[in-house]
Design a protein around this ligand. Structure first.
Ligand code: C2E
Ligand code: MG
Ligand code: MG
Length: 634
């Protein structure tokens, strides 16, 4: 159907009339597939009517505007799906309306089809330039109008759908991207965390929890690496230092494990602080540390380092307001290509360390193959000692303590001997260190104390000794700090009926210093019972004499090394006069140990040393012989 009416010169032009602006949407046909909203803008009312009737019949929602200004208002109020826009209008012409709409983002996408009369001066290029999508010429061809409108609306719908679809896609892509980013971030965190945990586990597996030093496992790995270097380069030499604290058990037993732990940390810190490469230092467990010295050229360097390490222990450790003295023993082994396994190096360094302990502690020893047998011997000794306690194989010998002015015996020192079933009579040096190390000393000490108290009581009962004769019994550090020392003594005194005033106890300075607080309490308890206390081997241990003021010591026993190096000249007198004068001013007794010759006796007498002990008077002897000595005078 064609509609060839020319509307272009319709006379019904009243652009300003409000009644001509029909903004309300027209009713839609039920079967309209589109329900699209079309705005027709034309100042020729006939054209408006014709187009709107036609489009309405086709099921479109149609609105109308008679001039450009009204069109803009209608479009801004409800944006239509399509605008049919007349070009030639008074005031705002179609190009201008289109231009305004194109420049507003809210309306820029609304398709505009220009309406133009064929005889108008229509500029197609301009129409497209300002944003028109199509044009329809008047007089209208109904089919053409419909096709163009339908096509444009369909095209626009498709465009909108594509745009929506694109938006939707973009949103989903963004969501997915965000999800991926989140997942990557999470994965990254998880990997970092896993790495951290792995690192932590690795650290834990390789490090000692207390000191933070590499542990035994890590150290063995390092040793293995060193051994391999040695196998590739036969000249390559390294050394292993195995350090063990002396009498550490005493610290733990007396001050508690938490102080023990703190001391270990302090020791580790001191060692790390003074060593160039702390990596090579490890804690092997307990109070043991090991140090690897790679690539050495001279054994002397290793010895110097060992000396240096020992020197680090000379300064006391300061913990919980007290000074703690501790020494260490070091075993050295040189890594040679004879070694195949790191464990063997450790074993040998340990043997050497053990040897250093057995020969006095606070020193170093270099491994020698004979030490294997020494270590085995120690093990054997420990077993034998346990058996000896059960079978009571210990004997007590007695050595007289002599009043030098009167030349008469004033007491005896009880000295333990071991009647070994195979090896015969053993002196304390052979077994006391192992007994101390293993704690067996407590049992042995108790047997000796009981035996000595019983012996003196027996002599008293038999009328063989006068009432003022005393018995001196030695206590090691371990014994001195045992929890129930005073009760044990009380029990023995009660059983043997010995007067406590006849009992003296000998301890070394180190036993006091291991736990000064506990020592003070014990000292007081013993003093309350009238039991006298001697400091044994005085002058060899701690040079600090300050403790003498705080402890009620009765007797100083001048170590035999002073007596024996004294050649009668003032230069060789050593500390003897000093100790004598300390004893005198503080009201203590002094006993010189190790008098072997009449000259030594003479010299000590000349210094007014009140008491003495030594082979010159008598070796330690069994009780039957000891009692015979009472009659003697020197
Ligand atoms: P100590 O308490 O200083 O005992 C003195 C040591 O010096 C004894 O060695 C004695 O035999 C030795 N001696 C005495 N006079 C002379 C001398 O003129 N010259 C020389 N060179 N030595 C002399 P012994 O009996 O071998 O005891 C060694 C150490 O073992 C003792 O030193 C003591 O610390 C410890 N000890 C001995 N018996 C016991 C005991 O029953 N319990 C504990 N805990 N330790 C003991
Ligand atoms: Mg003694
Ligand atoms: Mg002594």
């Amino acid at each position: 159907m064609a509609l060839d009416t020319d509307f272009s010169d319709s006379s019904d032009r009243n652009p300003n009339s409000q009644s001509n602006l029909l903004l309300t949407p027209q009713p839609q046909s039920q079967d309209s597939p589109w329900q699209a909203d079309i705005l027709i803008v034309d100042d020729t009312l006939d054209n408006l009517r014709l187009l709107s009737t036609m489009l309405h019949q086709q099921g479109y929602n149609v609105r109308k505007a008679v001039n450009g200004q009204m069109a803009l208002t209608a479009i801004r109020t409800i944006p239509p799906d399509l605008v049919l826009l007349d070009i030639m209008m008074p005031d705002l012409n179609g190009y201008e309306v289109c231009d305004i709409l194109q420049n507003d983002p809210n309306t820029a996408d609304i398709p505009i089809i220009f309406l133009t009369a064929l005889n108008d001066a229509f500029d197609k290029v301009k129409a497209f330039q300002v944003g028109g999508v199509d044009y329809i010429t008047k007089p209208f061809q109904l089919e053409e109008v419909l096709v163009r409108v339908q096509r444009q609306i369909a095209f626009n719908r498709a465009n909108q759908e594509i745009r929506q679809w694109n938006n939707c896609l973009e949103e989903r892509v963004q969501q997915r991207t965000q999800q991926l980013e989140d997942a990557v971030q999470e994965l990254h965190l998880e990997i970092t965390e896993r790495k951290r945990v792995q690192q932590q586990l690795l650290e834990l597996a390789h490090h000692d929890y207390l000191t933070g030093l590499p542990n035994r496992g890590r150290f063995l790995d390092q040793l293995q690496e060193e051994l391999e270097k040695g196998h590739h380069t036969p000249d390559y030499q390294f050394a292993l230092l195995f350090l063990d604290c002396d009498r550490f058990k005493v610290i733990n037993d007396s001050l508690g494990h938490s102080v023990g732990d703190k001391l270990l940390i302090a020791i580790a810190q001191r060692l790390i602080h003074d060593l160039a490469g702390p990596d090579a230092l490890a804690r092997m467990g307990g109070d043991e540390f090991a140090l690897l010295i790679p690539d050495i050229s001279k054994a002397q360097d290793v010895y110097a380092l060992a000396e240096y390490l020992l020197g680090l222990f000379e300064t006391p450790f300061f913990l919980q307001g007290r000074e703690i003295y501790i020494s260490a023993s070091i075993g050295i082994v040189f890594g040679t290509h004879d070694y195949q396994q790191p464990e063997h190096l450790l074993r040998d360094a340990d043997s050497a360390m053990y040897q250093a302990k057995a020969t006095g502690k606070g020193r170093y020893e270099v491994f020698h193959p004979t030490m294997h047998s020494a270590a085995l011997e120690t093990l054997q000794l420990e077993n034998d000692l346990r058996r000896a306690i059960e079978r009571q194989e210990f004997l007590v010998y007695y050595q007289p303590l002599v009043d030098l002015q009167q030349g008469k015996i004033m007491g005896f020192e009880a000295l333990v001997r071991w009647q070994h079933p195979q090896e015969g009579l053993l002196t304390p040096a052979r077994f006391i260190p192992v007994a101390e190390e293993t704690g067996l000393i407590l049992e042995i000490g108790q047997q000796v104390l009981k035996s000595a108290c019983q012996q003196l009581r027996d002599w008293q009962n038999a009328g063989q000794v006068s009432a003022d004769i005393c018995i001196s019994v030695n206590l090691t550090a371990h014994q001195f700090v045992q929890a129930n020392l005073v009760q044990t003594i009380d029990k023995i005194l009660a059983e043997t009926q010995l007067n406590p005033a006849n009992l003296k106890l000998e301890i070394t300075e180190s036993a006091i210093m291991a736990n000064t607080q506990l020592a003070a309490t014990t000292f007081q308890q013993l003093r309350d019972r009238n039991i006298q206390l001697s400091i044994d081997d005085f002058g060899t241990g701690y040079s600090s004499l300050s403790y003498l003021h705080s402890f009620p010591v009765d007797i100083l026993k001048i170590d035999k090394s002073f007596v024996q190096t004294w050649q009668g000249t003032p230069e060789t007198q050593g500390l003897i006069p000093t100790i004598l004068s300390i004893a005198q001013t503080m009201g203590m007794m002094a006993i010189a140990e190790g008098i072997e010759t009449p000259q030594q006796l003479q010299q000590l007498r000349s210094l007014n040393c009140p008491y003495g002990q030594g082979f010159w008077f008598s070796q330690p002897v069994p009780p039957e012989e000891a009692v015979q000595l009472l009659a003697q005078e020197w």
